[in-house]
Design a protein around this ligand. Structure first.
Ligand code: ATP
Ligand code: MG
Length: 542
């Protein structure tokens, strides 16, 4: 007896020095078999969902036999009794118990039986059972006591492993949330941000697919980010707002968990078939009291496709970040639009003032000149007054034409980008005295109207800047068309400006960026103090 307890304590020490959970459990199992004189022993650990065995360890059965028996026990028969009841059970003959369901083929015959639950603070983690005491006798109350103690050690080991796993998972969550937080502060493009959020969520909740959908102006939902199975097909596709679960969740502004899509009448059959959806969590992205999108994860990996409460909580944390990202992007877009509108208004004000000041004044003085012609005493006086009047009218005509060109050059509509730029260049060098050359590398074909307008306006603003700020002696404009895009380059040899030069409250450069942005192109500004400025605007042709 002494030695038995001694060995039990030794086993405890050995247990705490082992590293992996399986190692610990195997050790407990072998000690139990040894101390009770059982020929066979097995230990099953129930998974967190409580429906399946997460581990099943045995001793006494060689690997080939185990292989031949096949599937792990599913917890029916006597094992089921042990799982449900969570009390120790001793039997003289396992096969004769009325609850027994019999052994699978190739399973060795077992009669005497001792099973104890692996319990800790009322939670059952699994069970430990022994069969076939080698001396042929029944398992004793003392055996039961020893095995119960070992089972308690097994429970501690399993709980520790789960706590460790939880802590590791928490750390991973924290790291991902921090990463997303940093990206929110640093990344300006919305799509990569949403993709990062979807990717991290997918890793953390172990989902097959994560989708972020945003409502469109038309009312339907557009898949803005998709990560996982079939992501490429799904990105950019649309879901009906009224017919989809995401649409409902958006309207209700409440998270939902769907354990089985078959049992949920709101899940769109078409969509769930298309993406092979079996389960999901749907979380609205909420800003203030508005829902501005939906984050959804589908099909948890592993034997149980259902998501749990913790998964839902994680998805909610990510949805909150995604909402901030979308809201921020909206605000930036609105702000840019506001600035463009403001810029246009400013331009109109300037033209109105010119119309009023210059043209208005000129017409007034023409009226006066007319009066002089009428009141002329002699023919000579009348002729002189008329000649003066003609001069005034020619000047006014020129300024009206100039204003008209500034508003919308007729050449742009009638002849296209290059002729319009050539006229602009003529007017520019006439007004500013700066030498200019225009070079075009493109064929006769007209470009889409919005591309012509945008590139013309950009060149116009770039030239205005050259005249206003550069102090240049020469400027060149080069238009090139190649591989489905058109590029306009305006280069001057003036004083240039450093990084600080462009963030004042000028609207010119901002407006240029906005114009190419709207057409999906890009603008590059290369300028260094003292060595001139180059503006490159490239716009794709679709
Ligand atoms: N070609 C250039 N050479 C030297 N400096 C330039 C040139 N283009 C722009 N800049 C500098 O960049 C600043 C911003 O230009 P931007 O066109 O945005 O504003 P602005 O010309 O000052 O005002 P706005 O265009 O709204 O009338 C200018 O104020 C100027 O300092
Ligand atoms: Mg400007």
């Amino acid at each position: 007896m002494e030695t038995r307890w001694r060995r039990l304590i030794d086993a405890g020490i050995a247990v705490s020095s082992e590293l992996t959970l399986d190692g610990v459990l195997q050790r407990i199992l072998e000690t139990a078999a040894e101390l009770t004189g059982a020929r066979y022993a097995a230990l099953g650990v129930i998974d967190r969902s409580g429906v399946a065995l997460e581990r099943f360890l045995t001793t006494g059965i060689d690997p080939e036999t185990r292989e031949r028996i096949g599937d792990l026990p599913r917890g029916r028969g006597i094992l089921g009794v042990l799982i449900e009841d969570a009390h120790a059970l001793r039997l003289h003959d396992l096969t004769e118990d009325r609850r027994a369901v019999g052994f699978p083929p190739h399973h060795p015959l077992m009669r005497t039986f001792l099973g104890v639950p692996i319990l800790l603070r009322g939670v059952a983690y699994g069970n430990l059972y022994l069969t076939e005491k080698t001396d042929g006798s029944d398992f004793t109350a003392e055996d039961e006591e020893v095995v119960t103690l070992l089972a308690a050690q097994a429970a501690v080991a399993v709980e520790n492993a789960r706590l460790y796993e939880s802590a590791t998972r928490w750390l991973a969550q924290l790291e991902s949330l921090t990463e997303v937080g940093n990206a929110l502060a640093g990344e300006t493009e919305l799509t990569p941000l949403l993709e990062l959020i979807a990717t991290r969520l997918r890793d953390l909740v172990d989902a097959e697919l994560v989708l972020i959908t945003l409502p469109t102006a038309g009312g339907d939902l557009r898949v803005e980010a998709a990560v996982g199975a079939q992501a490429e097909d799904l990105a950019g596709s649309y879901l009906a707002r009224s017919g989809s679960k995401s649409g409902r969740v958006l309207d209700r502004r409440r998270s939902e968990r769907v354990d089985s899509t078959l049992d949920d009448t709101e899940v769109d059959r078409e969509i769930s078939r298309r993406i092979g959806m079996r389960s999901g969590v749907f979380v609205p992205m909420v800003v203030g009291d508005r829902a501005i999108g939906v984050l959804a994860a589908h099909n948890k990996h592993g034997p149980d496709p259902r998501f749990n409460d913790e998964d839902l909580r994680i998805a909610e944390a990510f949805a909150a970040r995604a909402a901030v990202a979308v809201d921020l992007a909206d605000r930036v877009a609105r702000d840019a639009l506001r600035r463009v509108v403001e810029g246009q208004e400013l331009e109109r004000r300037r033209l109105a003032r010119e119309l009023h000041d210059e043209t208005g004044q000129a017409l007034t003085s023409i009226l006066l000149g007319l009066k002089r012609v009428e009141e002329a005493k002699t023919k000579e006086d009348a002729r002189a007054a008329a000649a003066e009047l003609r001069g005034e009218i020619v000047k006014t005509l020129q300024s009206v034409r100039r204003l008209a060109v500034e508003l919308r050059p007729k050449a742009l509509d009638d002849f296209g980008l290059v002729p319009a730029l050539e006229r602009l260049a003529d007017a520019f060098s006439g007004d500013s005295g700066i030498a200019i050359d225009v070079q075009a590398n493109l064929d006769e074909a007209r470009l889409p109207a919005e591309v012509e307008t945008a590139l013309y306006r950009i060149a116009q603003e770039a030239l205005t800047n050259v005249a206003k700020h550069a102090g240049a002696g020469h400027v060149s404009v080069v238009v090139t068309r190649r591989d489905g895009s058109v590029t306009v380059v305006v280069e001057d040899n003036g004083r240039g400006f450093g990084a600080t030069g462009s963030d004042g409250d000028g609207l010119g450069l901002v407006g240029m960026k906005e114009r190419v942005g709207l057409l999906g192109g890009r603008l590059a500004i290369e300028s260094t103090e003292g060595s001139g400025t180059t503006i490159v605007a490239e716009v794709p042709l679709r």
